[in-house]
Design a protein around this ligand. Structure first.
Ligand code: BES
Ligand code: ZN
Ligand code: ZN
Length: 511
């Protein structure tokens, strides 16, 4: 991945040699928005003409050499970005997302004008604070500047734009706080972009092997503990779910585990991510139209792995364990059949009615194993689990199901702060009836009604009493709500929500 540099300096901005100098202005009531003295006249003129009033995401681009500004400016262009009306009553999560979108829109302008170096004069938003302001703009810039060019020839030409090289933040005060926020933003955005990179790899470019290789590298870089359960060990441990899903595949399954243990560990959060590197449906084959998108069926695993990269950088106070059960789901002479009965890690038996409901089968083993081996204080799994969640929530909320109100609340808050909205669905006893089997303990599908909920009901058999939450990201892992910092393909969803959950974790338990 490209390594864009971000530095923080004191003003004045006009002395800086840069492709683009950016100002972020709030909309004022019936007045020209306020700006630095040397461009205030220009902004006021644009306001008088009715061209610019700093509405949310409104843009004004000009060239210092062609307009009359009072002082010498070394920047080749100046971009004024509107932030809309800001008052102390505005919800902080909304202000945060507005700033991320400002960052994303600036990145879009940069692509258009092929700007490589930019300087951003940070706005002073007292009620959000300098740290969060810097973090959100940094996130928006880096997430908006994302592109996946690995398999494109054109990147080899020197003239092609490959994104931002350096970002400079300038401010008047609170430089240390701003540095801290900017660093947080860079770490979070880089991790989310890594998750996007993994997801953008095709089924032949990202297999269970790549998951384990990536985890191994993270472990070396950040001093994490790496374990990979190979096929033989999975057999020995009785992980019938992941083994069954893998039966039709030419690539062996792997259960990849990373552990981060802080010096004075109090609690452990366990994260489990669905790592289906391609979901053909197996014998219950999916229709061919759109099947290529099923290379994204590992987005949960990618989110969990990328989160560990940020955890390695940030070294939070709480322990974090990541488990990624990884395999593809293929048909073939050796593939698992509808009607087959399997034994999961915790000895629960399951009748496989539909081989396309494979995510819950691999997660079941990973959850049961993780809960037993690590005794975590809570476990969160994340998975592109059901098409039904798209019917229910569209592409704007991830689905949440949980056995614990505290954990559910913390996750909803973490998602809100990240601009990754989450909506909770009920998980009551009635739904569990739908997955009762006549020949085994449970079956892997519960019919059409409440498909997202019955999938979670299946998983609930593998977590015991541990506080657990399940995020269904089938509608948001790609095709997520269109925004300047969300690309068309994989969104990298989950990473920044998890980082918030981890950072918000209070000593001694759930907040
Ligand atoms: N990976 C799919 C879910 C999915 C569908 C993700 C569309 C993203 C977009 C999952 O493995 C699956 O196939 N689920 C089935 C379950 C059904 C057979 C009970 C589904 O949703 O149709
Ligand atoms: Zn499937
Ligand atoms: Zn799947």
């Amino acid at each position: 991945m490209k390594n864009t540099q971000l530095t923080v300096n004191k003003r004045p901005a006009k002395t800086i040699d840069t492709d683009l100098l950016v100002y972020c202005l709030a909309q004022e009531k019936d007045k020209a928005p306020k700006s630095d003295a040397f461009i205030q006249d220009l902004v006021a003129k644009a306001f008088d003409l009715g061209d610019f009033s700093a509405k949310d995401q409104e843009q004004l681009l000009f060239y210092p050499t062609t307009v009359n500004i009072k002082e010498n400016v070394r920047a080749r262009r100046i971009l004024v970005m509107g932030m809309g009306k800001i008052d102390n009553k505005k919800e902080l999560s909304i202000v945060s997302d507005m700033l991320r979108q400002v960052g994303g829109n600036v990145a879009k302008v940069c692509e258009k004008i092929k700007a490589k170096t930019i300087t951003v004069c940070l706005p002073d938003l007292a009620h959000l604070g300098a740290e969060k302001t810097a973090q959100c703009i940094a996130e928006g810039l880096l997430l908006g500047d994302y592109r996946f060019l690995k398999y494109k020839k054109i990147t080899k030409k020197k003239t092609d734009y490959i994104g931002l090289k350096t970002i400079r933040f300038v401010c008047e005060k609170a430089i240390a706080t701003i540095r801290k926020g900017a660093k947080k933003g860079v770490i979070a955005a880089r991790a989310a972009c890594e998750a996007r990179d993994m997801a953008n790899e095709p089924g032949n470019g990202w297999t269970s092997k790549e998951f384990s290789n990536y985890a191994k590298t993270l472990a070396k870089t950040y001093g994490l503990t790496y374990t990979c359960l190979e096929k033989k060990q999975l057999e020995k441990l009785g992980m019938g779910g992941i083994l069954a899903v893998n039966q039709g595949s030419a690539i062996p399954p792997r259960m990849v585990i990373l552990e981060y243990t802080p010096e004075n560990k109090t609690n452990t959060i366990l994260l489990v991510g669905k790592g289906i590197t391609f979901d053909s449906g197996g014998i219950s084959l999916k229709p061919s139209s759109g099947m290529e998108e099923m290379k994204y069926d590992m987005c949960g695993g990618a989110a969990v792995l990328a989160t560990m990269q940020a955890v390695g950088e940030e070294k939070p106070l709480v322990g974090v364990v990541a488990i990624i059960p990884a395999t593809d789901n293929m048909p073939g002479g050796t593939a698992v059949r509808p009607g087959d009965i399997i034994h999961h890690f915790n000895k629960v038996t399951s009748e496989i009615v539909n081989t396309d409901a494979e995510g819950r089968m691999i997660l079941a083993d990973a959850l049961a194993y993780g809960v037993k081996r690590f005794s975590p204080d809570c476990v969160v799994d994340i998975a592109t689990l059901t098409g039904a969640v798209i019917i229910g929530l569209g592409h704007h909320h991830s689905g949440l199901l949980s056995n614990n109100d505290h954990l559910a609340k913390s996750l909803i808050l973490a998602g809100k702060e990240a601009g990754e909205p989450i909506w909770r669905l009920p998980l009551t006893e009635e739904y569990k009836k739908q997955i009762e089997s006549t020949v085994a303990d449970i079956k892997n599908v519960g019919g059409k009604p409440g498909g997202t909920i019955t999938a979670a009901a299946y998983l609930s058999n593998f977590v015991g009493k541990t506080p657990w939450a399940h995020l269904d990201i089938a509608g948001t892992a790609w095709d997520f709500t269109e925004k300047s910092y969300i690309p068309k393909g994989p969104s990298g969803i989950g990473v920044r929500t998890f980082l918030n959950l981890i950072q918000n974790w209070k000593k001694g338990g759930l907040t």
